[in-house]
Every structure is written in C-alpha cells, then in structure tokens.
Design a protein around this ligand. Structure first.
Ligand SMILES: [Zn+2]
Length: 457
C-alpha cells in the first residue's frame, strides 16, 4: 500500500503489484463500494459554506461543490473547491481521480502551478488529475484547489449496477460514478457542502441535511465519508422517525414498509447494544427507483427497489443491519489489511441480530455459509500482509472466526470484546488482539491470532 494519497500515481508500480493480488481492473469500484453485491443483493441546521482551516484534520478533504445536473441529457457541469492539508511527504503534489468522461477545463488555486490528466491505472473509465503546487507549500499547510469540469459520465459496461443511476428521471451518484474528485489514494475522507442545480421541481437527499435556497439544493454533509454520494429525483416521498428517514419514489408500499420496519428494528437493536455514547441519530435510506446494486455509507444507505423482497426478510435484515452496524466500525482505509475488521464485525453483528430476531436455525444457516464459503482463501490477517483480504475472508471466514472465538471464551467475555471493538475506534488488528488479551487472556489472544493467520484449512 502507498502511504499517502498524493503518491498514488507516482508510485504506481508499487501499487500495481499490491493491487494485482486482489483486484481485477474493472472490479475496483465493486470492492470499494458495492457491498450490496458482496452481500448477495445484487429540516436544517446550516453550517458555514466556507470551511474553516482550523476544522481540517489530516486525511480529510472539505469540499464546496457546485454542480449543474442536466438529467435530460445526462450532462454534468461542476466546480469543486477542495481544501485539504498538504501531504507530509510530497506537499507540492496532489492527485484526484475523476470519471474519464468528464473533461477538466481548469484547475486553479493560490498554489497551483500546473495540472495534467492521465488514465487511472485500475479503472479504465477513470482519469487521474495530477496537480503540481508551488514550492512554498509545506507539509501540513492548508491548500485549496478548484477543479472545473464537465461532460458525460463514462461507465464500464461490466458494472451492471450503473443501470439507471443517471437517467432523465433519477440520479444517484457515489464513488462508482466518480462524478466528484476523490484523492487518488482512496484513504482520505471527505465532507462539505454540495450546491446542486437540478431540473425544476426535483428533490435531493444525501448524508447530511438538504435545504432549497434561491433555486439551489444545498446538501451539507457533516460526517466524513470516503466519497460524496447523493440521490435526486423529480419527487420523493418520505417516511420517517427520529432516527430513520426512508426516501422513495414510485416504490411498492409493501417494500417501503418492509424497509422502514427493518431499519427501525435494526437501529433500535444496535443502539441498545452499542449506542450508549454514540447512538445512530439520523440515517437516510433511499429506495432507488431502479434495479441494480445498492450501497451504504455511515448514515446514508441506498437500496434499489428491484432488490427488495418483502418475502425474504432475513436477507433484508442482514443487508440493512450490516450497513447500519458500520456506523461503529471505522476502517483505516478501504484497501488496508486491517479493513477486514470493519466488514467482519458488521457481518457478525448482523448475524447476531438474525439469531436474536429469527432464531438459532436461521443463524446456523448463516454460520454454515460463513464456514463453507470462507474456506480455502488463505489467511485473514498476518502482520506481513500489506493488502486487504478478499471478500470471502472478510465476509465469511472472519465472522466465522468471531463465532468460534465466542465459543472459546464464552458469551460474557466475548460480549465485552465485541462492545469494546464497536465503541472504541479500534483501527488495527494488533490493537484488537491487545484488547482480546486484556479481556480473555494471552492464550485466547494467541489462538485468535493464529486462526487469523492460518491458511491450511
Ligand atoms: Zn460492509
């Protein structure tokens, strides 16, 4: 793995060798965001528009983005002002990925010397915009660059989940669309304000609050996410409680009810277990007016209408609970070898919910799937691994090992361990093992460490 986003392109050889082990080119986006597929599913509080430099943390980009969205012609015209701290190692260099169908007209800013556009190595339909900053920029300085770009999004034909993401009657964009610049290392997170000019009468929803001011939809996202997702359509109906807002358009009422009740149940369950200090407060869940895949961010979830089956409540609960559980499962980066914890704990907690809600038989079926489908894919984690493990390891083998650990150390100690992970921002496996040792002793921690590292099964 590269250590900083801005080195992503210059260090591309190093990256390639790492990435090649787990990614085929066209699947980067799936791995980065389409958890839906992996899981077998195919008011207002204004904030300042101008981000204060004092609020900037390392590894965070604050955006102030204006976008004209011509849904009729599927054309975008965007100005994105990005503010971030200069890299520690290469302060005069920054690189952003952007959809290849979008042409960059201008890159400006107080320190911008030049920019160039090249192909992104891992996804053929994406470009990388490399920006050279002047030499007065020191590591950690606050830097602002503004990218102006426009065009038609280019989608890879293999990525079926794009079907219907951008039509004359529906928009839902996330990292897969790559409509908004993202640091090329994919390790940064971002928040900020989007000003969206949409067709007349449309509505918009994102992870933050939405207002309509002087003809523009303004979404203020205050939670750091790894992309800038939103959805928009000619109209939304909303069903809501304090914690959950379900947005939908033309969806079957039975589906809306199923999604709403599932979300409510899971939020109540998870807040009870893990939300003593940091409960889920508002999650926005969009039922997309299309088929294809869904995706989830910390407090923003999109499920396509075509994938909701009220007659399959287990699947729906598994998906929604897994995504909601991510509220408490931070990751050091989507490509990190420690990312397995985020997915494994979310999946395990969703399995726990199924056990409590639907009974042992349903849970045992999950367990068998974890055991069988997780076999033969090598170790989940070793101190030497420098890439994230594959899907079967994170979503199958690792939750199975958590189950085994529960059997080994007993429910009481395991529950403390689980709660510790879910509430203490444990980003690295070594820290997790330390916690386990403190709770269940050296032998248990050693056993778990060895199980994670096993590849002979
Ligand atoms: Zn997940």
């Amino acid at each position: 793995m590269f250590n900083c986003a801005s080195r992503a392109i210059t260090a591309s050889t190093e990256i390639s060798s790492n990435y090649n082990r787990l990614i085929i080119h066209t699947n980067v986006v799936l791995i980065l965001s389409a958890v839906f597929i992996i899981l077998q599913f195919a008011g207002c509080s204004p904030v300042e528009d101008e981000p204060s430099p004092l609020l900037l943390e390392d590894g965070v980009v604050i955006y102030n983005t204006h976008a004209d969205i011509d849904a009729q012609n599927q054309f975008l015209d965007v100005t994105a002002e990005l503010t971030f701290l200069a890299d520690e190692n290469t302060p005069s260099y920054a690189a952003f990925v952007l959809n290849g169908g979008l042409e960059v007209q201008n890159v400006t800013g107080p320190h911008v010397v030049s920019h160039q556009t090249g192909e992104f190595d891992f996804v053929p339909v994406w470009n990388v915009i490399e920006i050279e900053l002047d030499e007065t920029v020191a590591p950690g300085d606050t830097v602002s660059v503004t990218l102006e770009y426009s065009g038609y999004l280019d989608f890879d034909e293999d990525q079926f989940q794009y079907d219907g993401m951008f039509t004359s009657g529906w928009v839902d964009f996330n990292i897969d669309a790559m409509w908004h610049p993202i640091f090329a290392g994919f390790e940064q997170h971002m928040r900020g304000t989007m000003h969206l000019n949409l067709p007349e009468g449309w509505q918009a929803v994102g992870s933050g609050t939405t207002t309509f001011e002087d003809g523009t939809h303004i979404i203020r996202n205050e939670i750091n996410l790894f992309d800038a997702p939103f959805a928009a359509s000619p109209s939304f109906e909303i069903r809501q409680t304090d914690e959950l807002e379900v947005y939908y358009r033309r969806a079957d009422p039975e589906k809306v009810t199923a999604v709403f009740e599932t979300g409510e149940n899971c939020i109540m369950y998870l807040n009870h277990l893990f939300g003593a200090y940091d409960p889920i407060t508002t999650t926005r869940l969009v039922i997309a007016d299309r088929s294809g895949g869904g995706y989830a961010r910390k407090n923003y979830i999109v499920i396509s209408s075509g994938d909701i089956d009220p007659g399959a409540p287990v699947r729906l609960h598994r998906f929604i609970c897994h995504e909601l559980a991510h509220y408490w499962t931070p990751s050091p980066g989507g490509m990190s070898p420690d990312h397995w914890m985020s997915e494994a704990f979310a999946e395990f907690v969703a399995g726990r919910y199924l056990r409590d809600q639907f009974g042992e038989e349903v849970y045992n079926r999950e367990l068998s799937k974890w055991e069988n489908e997780g076999q033969g894919h090598g170790p989940v984690w070793t101190p030497e691994l420098d890439v994230r493990p594959g899907t079967e390891l994170m979503y199958r083998r690792a939750p199975f090992l958590l189950h085994r650990l529960e059997e080994k150390i007993g429910a009481e100690r395991f529950d403390r361990f689980l709660t510790q992970y879910m509430t203490e921002d444990i980003l690295y496996t070594t820290y997790l093992l330390d916690e386990l040792e403190a709770i269940a002793g050296t032998e248990a921690a050693e056993w778990f460490r060895n199980e994670l590292a096993r590849d002979d099964w």
